[in-house]
Ligand binder design. Structure first.
Ligand code: THU
Length: 132
């Protein structure tokens, strides 16, 4: 259960960290904040590279940081962009590895918010259960 206060905090953290995105090539800055099963918030930004294909999305950046901190369960994600952008397919797949059908909160710097869920974004996903 994710509270309204937790959702608001996640949205604020995603937009705050977005300021630190490194996106000189696309100029599309993304900030992500994830709420962990044990109540922590961990953030990430997109980090681009002159060798374009090496760039990493904000969502995966946050999730990989979380895993390095011992996290195995994610219960909500907020993503802040300039236009309430939705996560890419690769990030959806990486989220599935560590989450059930959690809330995904999309926002922009103007305070617009759209809430969806992970399973709406990636139906019929391939997950860890398929290897059991
Ligand atoms: N990007 C993200 O950080 N997350 C997404 O889900 C979509 C795309 C980044 C990658 C790249 O740095 C920029 O946005 C433009 O594609």
């Amino acid at each position: 259960m994710v509270t309204e206060i937790q959702k608001k905090t996640l949205l604020q953290e995603a937009c705050a960290v977005r300021e630190r995105a490194y996106a000189p090539y696309s100029e599309y800055k993304v900030g992500a904040a994830i709420l962990t099963g044990d109540g922590r918030i961990i953030t990430g930004v997109n980090v681009e590279n002159a060798s374009y294909g090496l760039s990493i999305c904000a969502e995966r950046s946050a999730i990989f940081t979380a895993v390095a901190e011992g996290v195995r369960e994610i219960v909500a994600v907020a993503i802040c962009t300039s236009n309430v952008g939705s996560p890419c397919g690769a990030c959806r797949q990486v989220m599935v590895e560590f989450a059930g059908d959690m809330p995904i909160l999309l926002t922009d710097t103007q305070g617009n918010v759209r809430e969806t869920t992970l399973h709406k974004l990636i139906p019929e996903y391939f997950g860890p259960g398929h290897l059991a």
